[in-house]
Design a protein around this ligand. Structure first.
Ligand code: PSU
Ligand code: MN
Length: 301
């Protein structure tokens, strides 16, 4: 693992750092040029809050936490994704470029001593889980690693009820910050129809919960959910049929495993004339800003 000079210096100086995953910025997460736009806006949000971005990725068989600007085009062009379980293989087999998912990123953030991580929407339990057994490795990784993950909920083509149940079973505290009437957000949409288990009022209160969790001996992760900014929301009522059609197309095309999420994201973007892409970029930027504020509050304490 290689930690960039900027991230090492911030860590050594006790300054706030925010880890970012790379799948969302790659072609697997967003179509060009939206991926680079999201990457730049996420970085700017982190820097504006006085924190340092730590993008995770695998390049030339080296796991990176923090990427030099010259390497950014290779991150965006990565065409395979690495979850936590793939990292050791990626290193041993010297994969040229792999984008990291949430599961890989929280593992790497923890290994590098980075306490806060921002993504778009986490993976979760897929619909028809009983037949497919498809549950994102993100959930178990969130529970296992001592990192605060900031997201806009889980992607709304998942089974959000089962995803919330699994988070409870895994013992992951779920905190809503700025949620709409206490609603668990649904990625492109501000409300899912499910409630967040707990609401908090500020990044400082998140930091207080984190400190209490550590004082109580809890060594796992916490999930902070915050909704997409109102101006860029695509309401769930409108997306329902679009999501159903995209999932049916994935089944018809025989898409399975890690290919499901990129395929479905792509279909939904096309069917909404890119509105979900605009929402996705906006929510990534917002999550990065919230994560940076939490990292700053933790660094202060
Ligand atoms: N959030 C986004 N876009 C994405 C993802 C998250 O806004 O593309 C990626 C993340 O990397 C997440 C992954 O970890 O999708 C989940 O994939 P799967 O369902 O195959 O575990
Ligand atoms: Mn999966």
């Amino acid at each position: 693992m290689r930690v960039s000079a900027a991230v090492s210096a911030a860590r050594a100086g006790g300054r706030p750092v925010v880890a970012l995953e790379s799948t969302v910025f790659s072609r697997l997460g967003l179509p060009a040029p939206a991926g680079e736009d999201a990457r730049r806006r996420a970085y700017e949000a982190v820097v504006a809050a006085g924190a340092v971005p730590a993008l995770t990725v695998v390049l030339d068989g080296v796991v990176r936490v923090g990427v030099e600007d010259a390497d950014l085009p290779r991150v965006l062009a990565a065409d395979r994704k690495a979850g936590e379980r793939d990292l050791a293989v990626a290193v041993a087999q010297r994969w040229p470029a792999a984008a990291t998912t949430v599961s890989a990123s929280v593992a790497l953030a923890a290994a590098a001593g980075v306490a806060v991580f921002a993504t778009g929407g986490i993976g979760g339990v897929h619909r028809h889980w009983a037949e497919t057994g498809d549950e994102s490795a993100d959930l178990v990784a969130l529970a296992r690693h001592p990192v605060v993950t900031v997201c806009a909920g889980a992607k709304s083509f998942l089974d959000l009820r089962l995803t919330l149940e699994r988070l409870e079973t895994l013992g992951v505290p779920v905190l809503g910050l700025g949620t709409d009437g206490g609603a668990f957000p649904a990625f492109w949409s501000r409300r899912s129809g499910f409630a967040v288990p707990h609401e908090v009022a500020s990044p400082a209160e998140v930091a207080e919960v984190v400190r209490a969790a550590r004082a109580l001996g809890y060594g796992g992760g916490l999930l902070v959910v915050t909704p997409v900014p109102e101006a860029d929301e695509v309401p769930l009522e409108e997306l329902g049929p679009v999501i159903d059609a995209a999932l049916a197309a994935a089944t018809d095309a025989g898409i399975g495993g890690g290919a499901v999420t990129p395929f479905v994201l792509d279909r939904i973007a096309a069917a909404t004339g890119g509105r979900t892409v605009t929402a996705n970029v906006a929510l990534v930027e917002h999550n990065a800003a919230v994560a940076a504020a939490i990292a700053a509050a933790l660094a202060d304490g």
